[in-house]
Design a protein around this ligand. Structure first.
Ligand code: NAP
Ligand code: ZN
Ligand code: ZN
Length: 350
């Protein structure tokens, strides 16, 4: 096994340094020196739900960039020194119908998650990229296009792809009227990507505090969800709504904002929701969701971002400040993604 330093769950909102073991390279693996890893709200959810005293450590982190440091004997896609990006899926069967359709994220055998999953070949738990090294099957590492800043690009691999898939599959393009609910990590990338696709884009946020940011990100409109009169005036205005709110909430007020045949993709809160089907019936509206992305769409997203100069707005912190980032993310004090610089893990004092 290969040892690497990282950060493992210490409590419901905190992590502490740990030494963890990665597998030795299989023939189709590459080893990646993790340089930058984004802090996703899903990391917080995972810490919250990690059983205290569990014998399996939880090491979060599933959107990262770095450099290939070693390649397996049969790995052909990368050379040592190549800049790469990895997201929240690190393996899949690659032979079922959904994998063959390019949606390895929905693999019938369930994709292997970057952390908190079980490796499909050796049955061992997977540990995330809040660490200095990650070992990954080469098919699930993506070349990082040169123009993209490696730190600001890291969030594209979870936050970005999670909103890119619904934007693309719902046909967002010029003249589509898109609303993005919740201006956080996912939300701000949804705005940038929708704008880059040519959509007429509106931010829906709980207050007007982020109005200047919304416009700077390219949104034409801003709607305050707590302003009943404004919400009422906006009924029927949008073709697509991307809902990134991190907590459960009533979808009724958002479905009311959809135009005929409009679709709301709820990608933020994942769990049971209650919906009045009349809110769908009137206007033949659709409620949908999405999660992560297939390999082809992920590669497409990175190319699109390189072409359109889209990366996340980040606050870059040394990984030693990871607990501060988790605490601030928990109370919504982030504009708009924390990214951890893992190079401090090379220093034994950490
Ligand atoms: N589908 C997937 O595969 C997938 C992938 C990644 C993440 N996620 C999930 O997506 C959600 C968002 O993740 P993120 O990293 O973007 O989180 P984030 O940066 O914390 O952003 C979430 C946004 O939701 C809004 N919000 C938060 N608490 C709220 C509340 N109590 N009431 C109403 N609005 C609230 C806020 O927007 P305003 O301040 O603008 O209102 C906040 O900026 C999380 O639940 C995460 O687990 C899902
Ligand atoms: Zn994530
Ligand atoms: Zn499959």
């Amino acid at each position: 096994m290969r040892s690497t330093r990282g950060w493992a769950a210490a409590g419901p909102t905190t992590v502490r340094t740990t030494l963890l073991e990665r597998r030795e390279l299989r023939p189709d693996d590459v080893a990646v020196r993790v340089d930058y890893c984004g802090v996703c709200h899903s990391d917080l959810h995972a810490l919250h739900s990690h059983a205290p005293g569990s014998t399996v450590p939880l090491v979060p982190g599933h959107e990262f960039t770095g450099v290939v440091t070693d390649i397996g004997s049969a790995a052909r896609r990368f050379a040592v020194g190549d800049p790469v990006a990895v997201g929240n899926i690190v393996d899949a069967c690659l032979s079922c119908d959904t994998c063959e359709a390019g949606q390895e994220n929905f693999c019938r055998e369930f994709p292997t998650l970057t952390y908190g999953g079980t490796d499909r070949r050796d049955g061992l738990p997977t540990f995330g990229a809040f660490a200095r090294e990650y070992v990954v099957r080469e098919e699930f590492a993506y070349p990082l296009p040169a123009p993209l800043d490696p730190a600001a690009a890291a969030p594209l691999l979870c936050a970005g792809i999670t909103v890119w898939e619904p934007l693309r599959t719902l046909g967002v393009g010029p003249k589509t009227r898109v609303a993005v609910v919740g201006l956080g990590g996912l939300g701000h990338l949804a705005v940038k990507l929708a704008v880059a696709l040519g959509a007429e884009t509106t931010v829906i946020s709980r207050s007007a505090d982020k109005a200047d940011d919304a416009h700077r990100l390219g949104a034409q409109g801003m709607l305050v969800s707590t302003d009943a009169a404004a919400m009422s005036a906006a009924r029927g205005r949008f073709d697509v709504i991307i809902d990134t709110v991190a907590v459960t909430h009533d979808l009724g007020p958002y479905l009311a904002l959809l135009a005929l045949d409009g679709a709301l993709s709820q990608v933020g809160y994942l769990g049971p929701v209650s919906v009045d089907t009349m809110d769908l019936l009137i206007g033949r509206k659709k409620l949908t969701s999405a999660g992560s992305g297939g390999r082809a769409h992920t590669a497409e997203l990175l190319e699109f971002c390189a072409e359109h100069d889209v990366v996340a707005d980040i606050e870059l912190l040394p990984s030693s400040r990871v607990n501060e980032s988790l605490e601030r993310l928990g109370r919504g004090d982030v504009r708009y993604r924390f990214v951890l610089d893992m190079s401090d893990l090379d220093t034994p004092a950490q």
